[in-house]
Write a protein that binds this ligand. Structure first.
Ligand SMILES: Cc1cc2nc3c(=O)[nH]c(=O)nc-3n(C[C@H](O)[C@H](O)[C@H](O)COP(=O)(O)O)c2cc1C
Length: 296
């Protein structure tokens, strides 16, 4: 007989998660920052802050700005770099009982292949999310995630350099046709899709008569993007057979249920943990109680 808990086990490739509720890459840092506030071992997993080969200081100037129903960020992929991540952060994450999904991004092809090779040395890493979609980095990220041919070559390269690792391709909503990008990722060997990253936006400081963010553009997240994310997941889930993780604007248990109904196999919570850190666990509890809502 299938128990309630087993019913909500989530799998992508060879990787299994105790439930289909994860923290999205970024807001929770490496997970450790939230270990006093969220019982992270009760969640399916934590997608780490995106790691690049070399450490990145991130963008200068203003990085976060609240909007009417969301958050603009221009963090610019600040991270400790691969060597410190694998040497210090990953052992601490595992020690804390957190189930990591390692998020990777590269500034160019050379960095990318080195980063994949570095990742392949760490047997504890069984699932990777390729961040093909960060809108804050001038080189690399945006071009990769908006072009099916580049998605194909980046995912193929990861597939060949990380043979036993489950691969998630994280897509940007800032494209005409997310379904073709999801299909390209699947065709290149991805085991799952994550949709969506932030929506491009900007803000203006009216007193200074200039953009709030140095890079002008920033990434919009939070409740404002929920309808965009739902539609993207709906379309991506119909374009591929691999599981889709839904992210974008989840700020209640009901929002998460909408993603499952749209076709998601799992959800990721990001911005909401800044003001409601108990939300991911409440979603997991509701799924344990009622099972996964059927796709509509
Ligand atoms: C402050 C902040 C930092 C983020 N950093 C990353 C990142 O490093 N890598 C990534 O793939 N997504 C990053 N994201 C995007 C989130 O993972 C998520 O895809 C997006 O915010 C939509 O979900 P949400 O509305 O629940 O936040 C970041 C989002 C925020 C708000």
């Amino acid at each position: 007989m299938v128990t309630e808990e087993k019913k909500s086990v989530f799998r992508v490739g060879n990787a299994a998660f105790i439930n289909p509720v994860l923290l999205a890459s970024g807001p929770a840092g490496y997970g450790l920052e939230y270990s006093g506030m969220i019982r992270l071992a009760r969640l399916g997993g934590v997608v780490t802050k995106t790691i690049s080969l070399k450490p990145r200081a991130g963008n200068p100037g203003v990085r976060l700005r609240e909007t009417g129903s969301g958050l603009l960020n221009s963090v610019g992929l600040e991270n400790v770099g691969a060597a410190r991540f694998f040497g210090e952060k990953l052992p601490a994450i595992l020690e804390a009982g957190i189930r990591p999904v390692v998020s990777l991004a590269a500034e160019d092809w050379d960095d990318y292949t080195q980063l994949l090779d570095e990742t392949s040395c760490h047997r504890d890493v069984d699932v990777v999310e390729l961040n093909l979609s960060c809108p804050n980095v001038e080189r690399g990220g945006l071009a990769v995630g908006t072009d099916p041919a580049k998605v194909d070559s980046y995912v193929k390269e990861a597939r060949s350099r990380l043979p036993g690792v489950a691969l998630l391709a994280k897509l940007t909503p800032n494209v005409q046709d997310i379904a073709s990008l999801a299909a390209a990722a699947e065709g290149a060997g991805a085991d799952g899709i994550t949709a969506i990253n932030t929506v491009i936006g900007m803000d203006i400081d009216i007193g200074k008569r200039r953009p709030v963010f140095r890079m002008v553009r920033a990434g919009l997240s939070g409740p404002a993007i929920l309808p965009v994310a739902l539609e993207a997941v709906w379309r991506a889930a119909r374009a591929v057979k691999i599981p889709v993780m839904g992210a974008g604007g989840i700020s209640s248990v009901g929002d998460a249920m909408k993603f499952f109904m749209a076709g998601a196999a799992a959800v990721q919570v990001g911005t909401a943990i800044f003001y409601d850190p108990g939300l991911p666990e409440r979603i997991a509890e509701e799924l344990e109680r009622s099972g996964l809502p059927a796709r509509i």
